[in-house]
Design a protein around this ligand. Structure first.
Ligand SMILES: [Zn+2]
Length: 120
């Protein structure tokens, strides 16, 4: 990289210019500064991490398995309807699981329909 002060070429990892002693990697230091500030600022935004009890998960599982109503709740919890990270993650994983089951179900029905239509 080149020194911004005098234009001398310096090794990329050099912190200071070998010619004039000016500080190099200005952008990197700024990046590190913002990166070190990030955890502090993001801590304010971090979600509620209160653990959900075993019965809590059990209850939500039953809730999510209710047709239509459960699916709506699942969508709400998955996309910001809750401030609890554990609940959101659980809702998202359940959402993925639901999609896989639905896709498999549709595929199964499709293959059954094909085979039956082939027979008759
Ligand atoms: Zn220089």
């Amino acid at each position: 990289m080149y020194c911004k002060n005098c234009g001398t070429e310096n090794p990329d990892k050099a912190l200071f210019c070998k010619e004039c002693g000016a500080k190099l990697n200005e952008e990197d230091t700024v990046k590190y500064a913002t990166a070190s500030n990030l955890p502090a600022s993001s801590k304010k935004k971090t979600m509620d991490t209160t653990p959900i009890s075993m019965w809590g998960y059990f209850g939500y599982e039953i809730l999510f398995s209710i047709p239509i109503v459960g699916f709506v709740l699942l969508l709400v919890f998955s996309f910001g309807g809750t401030n609890n990270m554990n609940l959101r993650n659980f809702a998202r994983s359940y959402f993925c699981f639901t999609i896989i089951v639905v896709v498999l179900f549709v595929l199964l029905l499709g293959s059954l329909g094909l085979s039956s239509s082939g027979l008759y």
